[in-house]
Design a protein around this ligand. Structure first.
Ligand code: AMP
Length: 441
């Protein structure tokens, strides 16, 4: 199947060929004809499947084939949970729409209002927004959604997780009932399913879950870790590899991201943190430096790293395993971008056994165990090791208290006794990172 067979307009085919894309991905192959036919869509598709182009290309096609006079309100609105993801969607829309001269605007939290007001006073074809800031402008009467033709909810489950349900409903209520609605979400259960029922009309359902996304170009490795000092020695070993060009290291909390980045920087690595507590300007600067190669090691939390699309990322390191299995898929998808190969390394202590099993079940793949000579673990990853440690109230990595687990059991995963050795040297193999109570991601 080629993009020509999808009957896309010539300016789009040209942009795709310039991007080096020859074949549509499965989600593109299945979604594009449905959306072009005007159908609502309810798609389970992870990042890395090419889902952005699957919704942006047919939206651009509509702009190309049904030209309307310039107007202030957008014809297409994409809602995304985070600024980073919204930025990626904006970049994709601009890239694929460049020969159409599509007017793409992003309305994100953290941007100065006067600049946004100016953008909003001009004609707009496609608006990409985070819900909070869009609501601000809607309530001030600065955005007119009355001529909206296509509404796209990207990573809807994440938007609801972040508390945007009311905002999303308010935004939808301001759009015409005649609109076409496309909803992308890792899952369609509970609140997301109910929202889909309210917003979508006879949607086409597409399922592109883990069985379709094997991340075959990403080698996944697992290291069993005994304790924090062992973890830091393994991290130092991985970072000393010259094959590692750029890496994203994931921590469980924002404060851990800051501390680990500081410690790595102090050890001479070009390292920086990225998390949701940082001002938008600082986040953008960090991402620009990452793209330009000035940062080799980015230490990040899940929410902040969503949607990062940097071709140079050769390694993803799960310093802490994610709490939710789908976050594992999002994390490892930061490497192996655009057909390149990548390596995803996870650290797990016996305490992480149940979590690890959930991830392996979700992806349908076992993560292969690796041991580095000289850095062999003393413990093994087995269910009995984990449960016996739990029974005796001692974990190999004592930062994690009880309740580390799936979406339903663990809550926001925030305030747990950290029990880290304080006043560490900050060196791998040294005492590690200071004792603290961790805020949420
Ligand atoms: P997404 O799932 O939308 O985050 O896209 C994942 C990555 O795949 C991005 O780097 C896209 O630029 C790239 N991509 C999207 N569609 C294609 C395609 N048809 N062929 C090759 N790469 C693609």
């Amino acid at each position: 199947m080629s993009f020509e067979k999808l009957a896309l307009a010539q300016p789009l085919l040209q942009a795709l060929s310039e991007a080096g894309y020859t074949t549509p991905t499965p989600i593109q192959e299945q979604a594009i004809p449905e959306v072009l036919a005007g159908r609502d869509l309810m798609a389970s598709a992870q990042t890395g499947t090419g889902k952005t182009a699957a919704f942006i290309l047919p939206a651009l096609q509509r702009l190309a084939t049904d030209v309307r006079p310039n107007c202030r309100g957008p014809r297409v609105l994409v809602l995304a949970p985070t600024r980073e993801l919204a930025q990626q969607v904006t970049d994709a829309a601009t890239r694929y729409g460049k020969h159409l001269r599509a007017k793409v605007v992003s309305i994100l939290g953290g941007m100065p209002y006067p600049l946004q007001n100016k953008l909003l006073s001009r004609p707009i074809d496609i608006m990409v927004a985070t819900p909070g800031r869009l609501i601000d402008h809607l309530e001030r009467g600065r955005i007119d959604l009355s001529r909206l033709e296509i509404l796209i909810l990207d990573e809807a489950d994440r938007m609801l997780d972040m508390g945007f349900l009311e905002a999303v409903e308010q935004i939808c209520a301001a759009t015409p009932a005649s609109r076409q609605t496309l909803m992308f979400s890792a899952t369609f259960e509970g609140t997301v399913a109910r929202l889909a029922q309210r917003l979508l009309k006879d949607p086409k359902r597409l399922q592109m879950t883990s069985q379709h996304v094997k991340h075959e170009n990403i080698e996944q490795r697992l290291h069993c870790v005994d304790d924090l000092s062992h973890k830091n020695r393994l991290l130092a070993h991985l970072l000393s590899d010259t094959e590692l060009k750029q890496a994203i290291v994931f921590t469980a909390t924002k404060r851990d991201a800051d501390t680990l980045a500081d410690n790595l920087y102090a050890q001479g690595h070009s390292a920086a943190a990225l998390h949701g507590d940082m001002a938008q300007g600082a986040r953008n600067r960090t991402l620009t430096r990452l793209r330009g190669g000035a940062i080799r090691v980015l230490v990040a939390t899940d929410v902040a790293a969503r949607g990062i699309d940097v071709a140079g990322i050769t390694h993803v390191i799960n310093y802490d395993l994610p709490k939710f299995a789908e976050d594992y898929v999002h994390r490892i998808g930061r490497t192996g971008r655009a057909g390149a190969s990548g390596i995803a390394v996870s650290f797990a202590s016996p305490r992480d056994w149940a979590n690890l099993k959930r991830i392996e079940h979700f992806t349908g793949q076992d993560i292969s165990r690796h041991v580095i000579p000289g850095l062999e673990p003393k413990t093994t990853l087995r269910p009995d090791a984990a449960s016996s440690r739990k029974r005796h109230g001692q974990g190999a990595d004592s930062r994690f208290g009880a309740g580390k687990g799936g979406r339903s059991s663990s809550g926001s995963g925030g305030r747990r006794e950290r029990g880290l050795p304080s006043g560490g040297t900050g060196r791998p193999g040294g005492a590690g990172f200071g004792a603290r109570r961790g805020p949420s991601r």
